[in-house]
Design a protein around this ligand. Structure first.
Ligand SMILES: [Zn+2]
Length: 117
């Protein structure tokens, strides 16, 4: 095999046309190769977790629509606050909660109360 072969190729990362020395080269530079590698790794990771996330969101939205009582988790989701924020409001008495064994239950109207005043 000749070492002087020149193959015009399009970089799979930046789309630049470059001259490859081997038929297997896919990138114009080492930088593009590693960038693409990282991107691929990231996409693999996203694909792994994405279906779970989507399922959870759909589950919550469906469930919360006409729920009278919410768990801490559901209340967080509903108002888009973190657990820390919610717990702080509970501690301050802004949100009244009920304890059911080890579970904390929040009445939906307690959340809605936050928006009236
Ligand atoms: Zn490139």
């Amino acid at each position: 095999m000749s070492s002087n072969i020149q193959i015009p190729k399009t970089c799979q990362n930046c789309g630049k046309v470059f001259t490859a020395k081997t038929t297997v080269t896919k990138f114009c530079s080492h930088r593009c190769a590693s960038q693409n590698y990282k991107k691929r790794k990231r996409e693999e990771k996203i694909q792994e977790v994405a279906p779970i996330v989507v399922q959870q969101v759909q589950f919550n939205q469906e469930q919360l629509k006409d729920k009278e009582f919410l768990s801490i988790k559901e209340a967080c989701f509903l108002i888009g606050a973190s657990r820390m924020t919610l717990f702080r409001q509970i501690k301050q008495g802004t949100i009244q909660v009920a304890k059911l064994g080890r579970r904390t239950i929040i009445k939906r109207s307690e959340i809605e109360k936050l928006f009236e005043s």
